[in-house]
Design a protein around this ligand. Structure first.
Ligand SMILES: *Cc1c(COP(=O)(O)O)cnc(C)c1O
Length: 411
């Protein structure tokens, strides 16, 4: 059999062909009118995609560069900060804050779970300068409730800054950045926006800009104030990743095109799409005897699945690649061997999801010797799809105004 390579990993994710063409054609100098027009257009699109009136700054780095920029620009050595950590990316906030000399308070949740809000509340002190969290913890596939944390912070007298790593949250979760008061929200290119790694972007509130004026940690390449100054003129401070920026513009055009040219509506469809693929995957995998690793707060970015006792999740990863060319992710760190992860963010659809579940039925039967019948996972996933996406031309929420849509009932 031929095996087409297909990525089902939560970063990098599959590339959008239109973005690949735009990248290949981006033979352009960055100090020209042509580039300035492109850059200004992409920065304006990013504001719509993030859903904010705040400035959005684009950096030529992987996502971690923007995480570092948030820490270095907003803190001084000795500052008290709070990290909410429930996995490998939460632990990255701790490492970054340590590297920049912050005094760290930590609220953690076990891998596969989200935080106890009462603990979060209790960990905010009058001198807490900022709170750092993930929207979705990609290592465990958990979704945290950013809105609840934001509301908790708003209710305090001192209102610490809220910094959210939404690198896999964007395009898979609804945020109201300005209404909730998210000071910094971070995204990355190799996730929901369907292009290769190498760009990070972050929205920055006026409060955060003001805080940068008094923070004393060193910064040079990632000095956000420098980027803000020149972004207004359609420039970046240093040589930007021109081709990736052209690709990003094409990808955001594509997302807008899914909703007749409206990027805000397109972003909603992208989220809805990820939610549907995730719900199909969860239903299918449970039918095969796998256990969801994050049953109480599953993300739409990725699904993490625990393999039955005595089996190695690496065997599933290997068999899928060898037999079907499909690349999924093993667990990170201590979770390696215990879980595997399947992505839904970005350029995935119904067909991708059904195909992977079909392949997983084979792996479950032939490689893991689980007692399954062909079609079990597929039937469960089809049922979920039928309920969520009732029919051609119908959106899930019709105008009937009921909690459960009348159209989905009549199908
Ligand atoms: C992918 C990812 C990052 C960024 O990692 P890079 O390798 O630096 O791009 C950060 N946080 C989360 C939650 C991620 O999924």
């Amino acid at each position: 059999m031929f095996r087409k390579t297909r990525l089902y990993t939560p970063g990098p994710t599959p590339l959008l062909p239109a973005a690949q063409f735009a990248m290949a054609a981006a033979d352009m100098h960055h100090r020209t009118a042509e580039f300035r027009a492109l850059y200004s257009k992409v920065l304006a699109q990013l504001k719509l995609f993030v859903g904010t009136q705040n400035d959005v700054i684009l950096l030529s780095s992987s996502g971690t560069g923007a995480m570092e920029a948030a820490v270095s620009n907003l803190t001084s050595p000795g500052d008290r900060i709070l990290v909410l950590s429930a996995g490998k990316f939460g632990e990255r906030w701790v490492a970054l804050a340590k590297a920049f000399g912050c005094q760290i308070d930590l609220v953690s949740a076990p891998y596969g779970q989200t935080f106890d809000l009462a603990q979060v509340s209790a960990a905010i002190h009058p001198d807490t300068r900022a709170v750092f969290m993930q929207a979705t913890e990609t290592s465990t596939a958990v979704r945290h409730c950013v809105q609840a944390v934001a509301e908790t912070l708003s209710a305090t007298d001192t209102k610490p800054l809220l910094v959210v790593d939404a690198i896999t949250g964007l395009g898979t979760t609804h945020f109201d950045v300005d209404a909730w008061g998210i000071d910094v929200l971070i995204g990355g290119s190799q996730k929901a926006v369907m292009i290769p790694p190498g760009l990070a972007y972050l929205s920055v509130s006026e409060r955060a800009w003001a805080a940068m004026e008094t923070s004393k940690n060193p910064r040079y390449y990632f000095d956000l104030r420098k980027e803000r100054k020149v972004a207004g003129k359609g420039e970046s401070a240093y040589t930007p990743a021109v081709a990736l920026i052209a690709g990003l513009g094409a990808a955001l055009d594509y997302i807008a095109g899914q909703a007749g040219g409206d990027l805000v509506e397109g972003r909603k469809l992208l989220i809805e799409n990820a939610e549907t693929c995730a719900a199909m995957t969860r239903a299918g995998l449970q039918k095969l005897g796998f256990t969801l690793f994050a049953p109480t707060a599953p993300s739409a970015a990725a699904t993490a699945v625990a393999v039955p006792e005595g089996l190695d999740s690496g065997a599933v990863v290997k068999a899928l690649k060898a037999r079907f060319g499909a690349v999924i992710a093993n667990g990170q760190g201590e979770m390696q061997g215990r879980i595997f992860r399947i992505a839904h963010l970005g350029f995935f659809d119904y067909m991708d999801t059904i195909a992977l579940l079909g392949a997983l039925e084979f792996i479950a039967r032939d490689s893991l010797n689980l007692p399954i019948q062909f079609g079990q996972a597929l039937a469960a996933a089809q049922q979920v799809f039928a309920e969520r996406v009732p029919g051609e031309g119908l959106t899930r929420h019709c105008l009937c105004g009921r909690d459960t849509c009348c159209r989905s009932k009549s199908q």
